[in-house]
Design a protein around this ligand. Structure first.
Ligand code: NAD
Length: 477
């Protein structure tokens, strides 16, 4: 049985309670884990605060060295961590391996920054005093993570935090704790000191992290309603927040686009991880001159998505993570069909041996989806893609912005003027031009509008895990 990790040791919940983690492809129990609560969060927060006293004061180059070794240890275990992720989450082995590698890469990327904290020197006009702006660690930070990308979304919070000299209490989603435990254990095996990253499990631990007085900043990835609730509760303690929330990314495909590249890009953008992605092409707007041709190419791309158990090598799309999640997406598709939409490709559930016990659903592409229907106004967290015809770029940009969300966006065109209009006018935290929606370590990532605020990735994320202090120095001659 897996355990929580507090102060470098495996621990059970204070209550002694446990729960089962199940495989979304088979319904079988993968493991049992502790169902922690507020008492366990308190223990973890105290362990982190204790570790902070030494970790925060280490010479930055020493911290960088430790983190590089820890990252290398996580990289060595990719072949163990990856399959564990498939078993608990459902995604394909290929996707899991990529994610386990990204975890290690992200720790290493921020390890490179650990000894490059820069401040400023500022002339204090009309005085002989010296002004400095220095950056310090914040203290203990909390990381709350959803089930769709348990490892990368944990790394997005842990890596900049510990590189900047903070310690962390991490809470994975209740349904996906196992790969995270294995990845954090790999960091510890690689030399990460005890208490620097602690992992607590159980539904109640999220709120306990938000309410704990020792935890000064929360990084949350989750749904927009959860973000609002966390923000309201964090306000009571005036905690700093990074909120990475829902999205409904638009993709514009113009009359001059490379349609083969666009269709391949949309396949990855929409169907990777069975469409259970925040940053994902969820609404496609195609110019009428190339609409039919694009539908054909998109259909051909979707035909490549062989649905099956993620543990099988030939599978290209695993099951939905939960039955509830599948039901939600099916209801959104039904709402569109009832309002007059038409299925261009796919739909329904796969049948036959091996499918009856899992949360499988086929990819589905729809057109004639009416404005205002759920698929265009809500986040669709699954393999369902609405394709809408537009007559020009003005219409495309207007529809792209007609959403409460503002996370990612993309445009496929060879026209620089079109591209720059999209860059300047689409309300989102990211715009890809003729490229697949993949987030890069080097670029700050985060949403606008109801997709949240704050940045992960990039030097900007590192800075979000530091505090600036102004210093005035006099009396030195
Ligand atoms: P969720 O909001 O239900 O849960 C996310 C995490 O928050 C879980 O660990 C959960 O236990 C915890 N949580 C829930 N309520 C809480 C509360 N009141 N206080 C503290 N913690 C609480 O989300 P989910 O269903 O696990 O994940 C899917 C959602 O996450 C989607 O909306 C998706 O768009 C979003 N997401 C966003 C990004 C991004 O970077 N913007 C990335 C991935 C997923």
């Amino acid at each position: 049985m897996a355990t929580m990790i507090i102060e470098g040791k495996g621990v059970q919940a204070a209550s002694g309670e446990t729960y089962e983690v199940r495989n979304p492809a088979t319904g079988e129990v993968v493991d049992k884990v502790p169902a922690g609560g507020a008492e366990d969060v308190d223990r973890a927060a105290r362990a982190a605060a204790k570790a902070q006293l030494t970790w925060g004061k280490l010479a930055p180059a020493e911290r960088a060295k430790i983190l590089h070794k820890a990252a290398a240890s996580a990289r060595e275990k990719v072949d163990v961590i990856g399959p564990l992720l498939t078993l608990e989450q459902g995604k394909t082995l290929l996707e899991s391996k990529l994610e386990a590698e990204r975890f290690a890469d992200n720790i290493a990327w921020f390890a490179d920054l650990a000894d490059k904290v820069h401040g400023q020197h500022v002339n204090l006009a009309s005085t002989k005093l010296t002004g400095l702006v220095v950056r310090r660690p914040i203290g203990v930070t909390g990381a709350i993570v959803p089930w769709n990308f348990p490892l990368t979304l944990a790394a997005n919070k842990i890596a900049p935090s510990i590189a900047a000299g903070n310690c962390v209490v991490l809470k994975p989603s209740t349904t996906t704790p196992l790969a995270t435990l294995a990845a954090v254990q790999a960091l510890i095996d690689g030399g990460l000191p005890e208490g620097v990253v602690n992992v607590v499990l159980g539904r109640e631990t999220g709120e306990a992290i938000v309410m704990h007085p020792l935890i000064r900043k929360i990084g949350l990835t989750g749904s927009t309603p959860t973000g609002k609730e966390v923000m309201a509760k964090a306000a009571r303690h005036l905690k700093k927040l990074t909120l990475e929330l829902g999205g409904s990314d638009p993709c514009l495909i113009m009359e001059d686009a490379d349609l083969d590249a666009a269709a391949a890009g949309v396949r990855v953008g929409r169907f990777f991880n069975a469409g259970q992605q925040c940053l994902s092409t969820k609404r496609v707007f195609v110019h009428e001159a190339v609409f039919d041709e694009f539908l054909e190419k998109m259909t051909a791309q979707a035909q490549r998505l062989k649905v099956g158990n993620g543990m099988e090598k030939e599978t290209r799309m695993g099951p939905m993570h939960t039955d509830t999640q599948r039901g939600e997406v099916e209801a959104q598709v039904k709402d569109a069909l009832d309002a007059g939409a038409r299925i261009v490709y796919g739909g329904g559930r796969p049948e036959g041996d091996g499918f009856d016990k899992g949360n499988f659903m086929n990819p589905v592409i729809l057109t004639d989806v009416p404005a205002g229907s759920r698929m265009l106004s809500e986040e669709v967290f699954g393999p369902a893609l609405p394709i809408v015809k537009i007559s020009d770029l003005d219409e495309g940009i207007r529809l792209a912005n007609d959403s409460p969300y503002g996370l990612g966006s993309s445009i496929w065109t060879r026209n620089m003027a079109y591209a720059f209009r999209a860059i300047n006018e689409i309300e989102a935290g990211y715009t890809w031009v003729n490229s697949v929606q993949i987030a890069y370590d080097e670029l700050p990532f985060g949403g606008t509008k109801q997709s949240g605020f704050g940045k992960e990735h990039g030097v900007e994320a590192f800075h979000e895990y530091t505090e600036m202090k102004s210093v005035v120095i006099g009396g030195l001659g």
